[in-house]
Design a protein around this ligand. Structure first.
Ligand code: F3S
Length: 405
């Protein structure tokens, strides 16, 4: 891979051991993927997770004197002040969370603690070269916005933020952004839950290929719909780029979506039955519940408002906790408008800065939870809590009864 004299100096350690480590990472990545050179990035997002490996990497760079040339926004970990009022964590878990926050503060990250940066906290433009980690963020910025990011890890995204560059390969190059398979959709998509189930089907079919979707019915997805679609396509598969013909910016036509390549025959037709079958496969569990967990990816203010409408003044059952994880700006708006206080009187709590996959939720493990997000269920089940997946209105009814029928 070609390096400029300036880049070689950094690789040789002339700008400190931390920046040298970051450049070593980018160089290794570039050589692995046959990148021809490094290119400057405009933005970065780091999926800081509060897990030991990610924090170790950030501390290693900080100890070597590195700071970010392009300050990245960050994923959530967990709200150590608020959630410790409700749930026990060990000293080690709390120490790791505090160490993580401190390391990213020192390296100069923008501590947004938000996992849907493309929606509001770090929104790239069409064609911008960026380095975003977080599996649900990457398909959103590539597919829905037309920005250019590889499916970065937190390690490579932080290295790119420190150096201000990323290797030129993969989704930074025009021809790698074109579609690989064609999927037709003839189904009703009424809310973001339906888009999530569609994304889950697409991820299974596409794996790591770039799907092109053609809709038989006229659809106009909202930002939450795009977000849920991409989050699930990156959970059941490894989709980081997609096209929706006539909807997403790089697919004004079917021909454009495939970049002039031969258009393949449709690999599948997704109907209402396909979506319901997928739902049945994912949502079998019923019984008493102890938790409704929403906001994976983080809820927006409009989604919080919808919860108030669905409760219609009714209350959460005494044996169930109801948590909304949201972008901290949405929580602040809910506080200002008194929506937060109204929902708390019904037993609905919300928290910013927090991911579903953190140790603060472990007291629920062992009993059944309910969520509207297959991604949430996937991660929580790995930690020992079975989850059922239902559309939002059914999550609310289950919370009121304390039971899922
Ligand atoms: Fe966000 Fe954590 Fe889900 S980062 S998308 S709440 S797994």
């Amino acid at each position: 891979m070609f390096l400029t004299d300036e880049e070689k100096r950094i690789l040789d350690g002339a700008e400190g051991a931390g920046k040298q480590k970051a450049m070593e990472m980018l160089y290794a990545l570039g050589v692995t993927f046959d990148a021809e050179k490094l290119i400057p990035i405009k933005r970065a997002h780091v999926a800081l997770s509060g897990q030991e490996g990610d924090t170790y990497w950030c501390e290693l760079l900080v100890d070597g004197g590195a700071t970010c040339a392009v300050p990245p926004t960050t994923n959530p970990y967990w709200d150590t002040d608020y959630l410790t009022k409700f749930y026990d964590v060990t000293k080690e878990e709390l120490d790791l969370a505090n160490r993580t926050g401190e390391a990213y503060r020192k390296i100069g990250a923008i501590l947004t603690y938000h996992c849907a940066p493309g929606v509001c906290s770090n929104v790239p433009f069409l064609g911008e070269h960026i380095a975003f980690s977080e599996s649900s963020a990457t398909p959103y910025v590539n597919g829905a916005l037309g920005a250019r990011s590889n499916r970065e890890s937190s390690i490579s995204a932080l290295a790119a933020a420190v150096v201000g560059k990323t290797p030129y390969y993969g989704y930074h190059i025009d021809e790698n952004r074109h579609g690989d398979i064609l999927i037709e959709v003839d189904a009703e998509l009424n809310e973001c839950y339906d888009w999530g189930i569609l994304g889950h089907c697409i991820g299974e079919m596409a794996g790591s290929l770039d799907p092109v979707l053609v809709f038989k019915n006229k659809v106009r997805p909202s930002q939450e719909d795009f977000l849920y679609f991409g989050a699930e396509a990156a959970t059941s598969g490894a989709v980081a780029m997609y096209h929706m013909v006539g909807i997403t910016p790089e697919a004004p036509t079917l021909e454009a979506a495939f970049g002039g390549k031969k258009i393949p025959a449709p690999a599948a037709l997704i109907t209402n039955k396909t979506l319901r079958d997928q739902e049945t496969k994912l949502t079998a569990a019923t019984g008493d519940i102890n938790l409704v967990m929403l906001g994976c990816p983080h809820y927006t203010y409009s989604q919080i408002l919808e919860i108030e409408r669905l409760f219609a003044g009714r209350k959460v059952s005494h044996n169930t906790a109801f948590w909304i994880l949201a972008e901290s700006g949405a929580v602040e708006l809910a506080e200002r408008s008194r929506l937060r206080q109204k929902l708390e009187l019904l037993g609905v709590r919300m928290v910013g800065n927090t991911c579903i996959d953190e140790p603060c939720w472990k007291s629920f493990e062992g009993s059944l939870g309910v969520t509207d997000s297959p991604k949430c269920a996937y991660y929580r089940e790995r930690r020992g809590q079975p989850f059922a997946i239902r559309r939002l209105s059914e999550c609310v009814e289950a919370a009121i009864k304390g039971r899922l029928d």
